[in-house]
Each structure stands twice: as C-alpha cells, then as structure tokens.
Design a protein around this ligand. Structure first.
Ligand code: RP5
Length: 169
C-alpha cells in the first residue's frame, strides 16, 4: 500500500495533526510524520515533496498555521495529491491559514479541509488510496454504514424523548 506523509509546519501543530495520525492508524495506512516549514526549512520541504512519489508515498497531508504556505509549496514540487490542513492560531482564528492554504493559483491544487480538520484530511487521503485498494474501500464503506446506523439510533432516541415529553401534562 502507498504511504501517506503528514507534514506540519511546527511541532506546535501536533495536537491538531494527531487526529490525522490516529485515523490513518485506525485504517492501517502506513504513514510518516515530520516537521518541515515552507519558511524555516524551505529546501528540506521542497526536496521531500519532489522525492515523495519515488519514495512510495501516495498522498501528502500538510498542516500549517498563520501564513500557511506549506501545502502550496509542497504541491508545487510534486504531482501527488496534496491535502492542506489550515491550523488555528491565536490572532485570526485560523482564517489566515485557511485563505493561505485554499487560495491556490490554477495549476497547483491543494485539497483544503476545514480549519483544524485533521480527521477529514486523513479520511480524504484514505479515500484517494482506496481508489486502487479494495480492502481499504470496503473498510470505508463499513465505517460509513456504521455512521449511518449511529445517526439513526440517535434519531430514534430523540423521537422517544419527544414522545415522552408530549405525554406530560
Ligand atoms: C506555522 O507557524 C506553523 O505551522 C505553526 O502553526 C505556526 C507557529 O509556529 P511556531 O512558532 O509554534 O513554531 O509555520
């Protein structure tokens, strides 16, 4: 199976990124995680992206906050799909990182998830790998069915609660 690289701009992004790592682990997807910065270590980040395909990676996930150029810069150095996680920081609530990650010029796409949306970033990466992996695709399908069952159960419980309330004088 192809690997997923999870790259973050700083170790301070780890509390957000952990959710992506947990999701990849739950699906048995091999991953590596590194700190690399578009600004502080641009050469290391660019080299990693340029070599990622031949190193056996299928998707890159890049998490960064503030002037979050990491995903975009890495996308500029590879044809692998790049998923961006804009990380929330104290000054602008993550809007800075969201806009810096999502507003890519034509030709260099970054699939940007919600601010701090690390779990969805991992799921999106898994869905990409599942295009050529039947086992992964089946696991995604069964998780989706479990989620549907969970919501239906919640609705049934809600209906019972509402019916009981209506019977009160
Ligand atoms: C970004 O700047 C990082 O991704 C992080 O979200 C933010 C702050 O980095 P530190 O100052 O905590 O290293 O590049």
């Amino acid at each position: 199976m192809k690997k997923v690289a999870v790259i973050m701009g700083s170790d301070s992004d780890l509390p957000i990124v952990e959710k992506a790592l947990a999701e990849l682990k739950a699906y048995g997807v091999p991953s590596v995680c590194h700190v690399m910065s578009a600004h502080r270590t641009p050469q290391i980040a660019c080299e990693f992206a340029a070599n990622a395909k031949k190193e056996g990676f299928g998707v890159l996930i890049c998490a960064a906050g503030m002037a979050a150029h990491l995903a975009g810069v890495m996308a500029g150095h590879t044809t692998l799909p790049v998923i961006g996680i804009p990380c929330k920081s104290s000054n602008l609530d993550g809007m800075d990182a969201l806009l810096a990650t999502v507003q890519m010029p034509p030709g260099i796409p970054v699939a940007t998830v919600a601010i701090n949306g690390a779990k969805n970033a991992a799921l999106l990466a898994i869905q990409m790998l599942a295009l050529s992996d039947e086992t992964l695709a089946a696991k995604l399908e069964s998780e989706k069915q479990a989620m549907i069952a969970g919501v239906m159960q919640k609705d049934a419980a809600l209906q019972e609660k509402l019916a009981a309330l209506q019977q009160q004088p």
